[in-house]
Design a protein around this ligand. Structure first.
Ligand code: PLP
Length: 390
């Protein structure tokens, strides 16, 4: 075997990286690339373009030649705007506590790197967004998953069962990808009681906060005495349909903020300036969010109605995902998703891509045009009818 740097080629990548599993979502995404006949309910990406007035601001900024780095922390006007904006979720943060990141993805990564020492445990309720566990493992930490099926709601009692894990952090995401579960203030207060008893730091991924269909989102950091325990992550990808602009932000207690900033300035320098300029305009465009939320809610109601005719399904309270239980078909999640793609050209993601307890479910992203959604629901119904009981 050819050797490089004294190591065989097969050993050049660090073992902890070699051992990571590739994302189950990507695999299904790759299967549909280049196929026009497929209706993809696979990837969680808004079907709306960036609202026009936000695009216009970005175009003008390029015309004016604003193409440089910004300060590590982000444009001051944006940081001020974010601090002001977050009061709507009950948090009184200072602009100095806001760090602009390259998406929530970067924020979660640098928070985990700033907090986790090799051997430290992180509690991760499952099913959950695919990044959390690998990011903990890359740091040599132990990802302790908490299965939440069939209700998919984390509770005080569930968390307290993990007191022996001596975990340092809890990763919480609500409204949740992939289940659409969100929490009321009362439920959050109960979770917060366990967080206090177990002395945890909460990484609160609130990227779908604006896409809550059951009233106003409440941030975990807004609860009494929690501001010092919670790192908030949010961004512009989902609610403002700005996935490709790569702008997110973090609101964190000072010590954690300082640690994260060190990593951010070495690995990222700053978030892209064009996206940041767009984000300033985005915060003035909440009516656009309202318009998109109303459309997602219409789709949610439709999808839940159609799917509940064939499957057991909980009504999502936020985000743009439905998570029906498909085990009544006798198929595994993977089998269901693969056959559905092959036979009916509809792409969904197997539930086990989000953790073992997602087995028996699939995730459908309803961030596609209504007409396509209707067609997809018809094809799924046909598929289930052709495969027996349902
Ligand atoms: N967090 C959750 C729960 C997500 O679902 C996603 C994207 O699907 C992200 C974070 C990534 O967001 P960003 O585009 O801001 O990096």
């Amino acid at each position: 075997m050819r050797k490089t740097g004294g190591l065989p080629l097969s050993r050049r990548v660090a073992r902890r990286v070699e051992e990571l599993k590739p994302s189950g979502i990507r695999r299904f995404f790759d299967l549909v690339v280049g196929r026009d006949d497929v209706i993809s309910l696979g990837v969680g990406e808004p079907d709306f373009p960036v609202p026009w007035r936000i695009r216009e601001e970005m175009i003008y900024s390029l015309e004016k030649g604003y193409t440089s780095y910004t300060s590590n922390l982000g444009l001051p006007e944006l940081r001020e705007g974010i601090a002001e904006y977050y009061t709507r979720f009950g948090v009184k943060a200072l602009p100095e506590q806001v760090m602009v990141t390259s998406g929530v993805s970067e924020g979660v990564d640098i928070a985990i790197r700033a907090l986790i020492e090799p051997g430290d445990a992180a509690l991760i309720p499952e099913p959950c967004y695919v990044s959390y566990k690998p990011l903990v493992e890359i740091c040599g930490g132990e990802a302790v998953t908490i299965p939440t099926a069939p209700e998919f709601r984390l509770t005080y009692e569930m968390l307290m069962q993990y007191r022996d894990a001596k975990a340092k952090i809890l990763v919480l995401n609500y409204p949740a990808n992939p289940t659409g579960v969100s929490y009321s203030k009362k439920e959050l207060e109960e979770i917060a009681d366990a967080v206090n008893e177990l002395d945890l730091i909460v990484l609160s991924d609130e990227i779908y906060a604006e896409l809550t269909y059951t009233g106003r989102h409440v941030s975990m950091a807004a609860l009494n005495g929690m501001e010092d325990r919670v790192v908030i992550f949010n961004g512009f990808s989902k609610a403002f349909a700005m996935t490709g602009m790569r702008v997110g932000y973090v609101i964190a207690p000072p010590d954690i903020f300082a640690g994260m900033l060190k990593i951010h300035q070495y690995c990222m320098l700053c978030a892209p300036i064009t996206g940041q300029i767009g984000a300033i305009e985005a915060l003035r465009s909440l009516d656009e969010v309202e318009r998109m939320r109303a459309e997602y809610m219409r789709r949610r109601n439709f999808v839940v109605k159609r799917l509940s005719e064939i499957f057991e399904i909980k009504k999502p309270e936020g985000a743009f995902y439905a998570f029906p239980k498909i085990s009544s078909t006798g198929m595994s999640s993977e089998e269901f998703a693969e056959k559905l793609l092959l036979e009916k050209s509809v792409a969904v993601v197997p539930g086990n891509a989000f953790g073992e307890c997602g087995e028996g479910y699939v995730r459908l992203a309803y961030a596609v045009k209504f007409e396509k959604l209707k067609e997809a629901m018809d094809r799924i119904k046909e598929f289930v009818e052709e495969h027996g009981e349902g």
